[in-house]
Design a protein. Structure first.
Length: 189
């Protein structure tokens, strides 16, 4: 709210076709700023690399939520200091996509349609537990994914299910940088 002039300066020369699109861009820019303020790029990148992308550890270190860490991980794509390129997806129980970010070649559906055996959907059966999974697409691309539930704030706990499921994933070639993948690999040997 306090940076409206800055947001207007950034979007003044844009080619947005409606005020609604400009307003949406302002929200996304403000959210990115908030994430960068809470999780500064250099410190966050260093923690990600040092902890081998241990999401719970990072959430604790930066005093943010599991979901906020997952979203921030998708933004570690500076030319000079790249993190693992991740995709992020959040869905409700019906499979409706409520949020998505992508720094990979993974094709994220806008309105569901994902594979029912994907751990993203089974995460609702084990709330709060991180579920790792290897995923192979029909074109042969392979990904390593993590899924877990999160809770959203709602007006009334009696009228709505608060849970959503989050998936964070990367191309299999980057998975060896992630602690959960390393643990799974050792356990299967």
């Amino acid at each position: 709210m306090e940076s409206e002039n800055i947001l207007n300066d950034i979007t003044s020369d844009s080619n947005f076709e409606s005020q609604r699109a400009v307003a949406r861009c302002h929200v996304e820019l403000a959210n990115y700023f908030a994430a960068a303020l809470l999780m500064p790029y250099d410190a966050f990148h260093a923690m990600a690399e040092q902890s081998k992308y241990d999401i719970d550890r990072m959430a604790s270190a930066f005093a943010v939520s599991f979901e906020q860490v997952c979203q921030r991980l998708t933004t570690l794509q500076r030319e000079t200091k790249r993190g693992v390129p991740f995709f992020f997806l959040r869905v409700d129980k019906a499979g409706n996509v409520t949020k998505r970010f992508n720094a990979t070649s993974f094709n994220i559906a806008e309105h569901g349609g994902s594979c029912p055996v994907w751990n993203l959907h089974t995460a609702f059966r084990t709330p709060g537990v991180i579920l790792p999974q290897y995923v192979e697409l029909t074109d042969g691309e392979r990904f390593f994914t993590l899924a877990r539930t999160t809770e959203r704030p709602v007006f009334s706990m009696q009228t709505q299910d608060r849970r959503l499921a989050i998936s964070l994933g990367c191309d299999i070639k980057h998975a060896k940088q992630i602690n959960l993948y390393i643990s799974l690999s050792k356990a299967s040997q």
